[in-house]
Design a protein around this ligand. Sequence first.
Ligand code: PEP
Ligand code: MN
Length: 337
Amino acid sequence: MVIVMKPNASEDSIQHVIHSVQDCGLIAHLSRGKDVTLIGVVGDKHLFMEKNPQLMDGVERVIQVSESYKLANKKFHPDPSIIDVDGVKIGGDHFVILAGPCAVENEPLMYETADVVKKGGAQILRGGAYKPRTSPYSFQGLEEDGLKYLAKAKEKTGLRTISEVTSISAIHAAKGVIDIIQIGARNMQNFELLKAAGRSGIPVLLKRGMAATIDEWLNAAEYIMNEGNPNVILCERGIRTFEPSTRNTLDLSAVCVVKEKSHLPIIVDPSHATGVRSYVAPLAKAAVAAGADGLMIEVHPNPAIALSDGPQSLDPPAFLTLCEELKPLIHLMGRKM
Ligand code: PEP
Ligand code: MN
């Protein structure tokens, strides 16, 4: 439930509503927007409704939210959330590019790729240190050493960093070392991992599960936010369909749906969505046009010898060309980078 306060509601009336909510054993989330003040109510509202909140001083109206996610819900927070990643902003009119190799393979690779990523104008360097591979015989990642190389690349270039975490111990290892933790498609409904990511307070990039509905995805975001971490960025990375030409099917309509249902920023990953290098650039442009808040692109200095996801990785010239082509489009969409 969301309680919309009148624009001129006094501080006393706002506090009275909050205390009435709390007296019923419910959680009240206060959200002060530019024009409106909202109070989100989480929990069983039965008792509270008997107090007739719609008649309380300063209350304009009471909205029953049918979706089970509240903190991620736009009804509760009409302004877009802007996530601050060590000074780099994601959401609102900001546009971000996150780029780098699928996996952190070795230290020089990270420095070489970081230079390319920076040259393209991207703000965030990616690289998987813990790799959730389909086969247990595939390269599994450098783990803590991988995080360390990302941190060193940040020192050298100023790029912010992101890496996937696949366990609670990986979250602890990442804290204070990298800027954003990524929860991958395979772990989108690993609820204990989501809760630990929430407790960590580190900004989280939450990828859509490969067979998850948008509703399930936003509920996964709710798990993180409900632990007190509002810094969630969503990432559409394609879903499983009957179509075998691409690794997944990029659901670009998810960008529009999420924009309607949630205030959280949403970025698009055309690399994992397609698995095919030549489809990455056109779909990256389409994502900008659809209103995405950013892109995640896999880049490797030599994709032919990449330890993972070489076929979908751009080489440096292709990445730099794409960045140049994206700039006017980003500008046209009213975004700044
Ligand atoms: C990744 O970004 O490295 C990754 C494994 O992506 P996804 O979880 O979308 O498959
Ligand atoms: Mn990959």
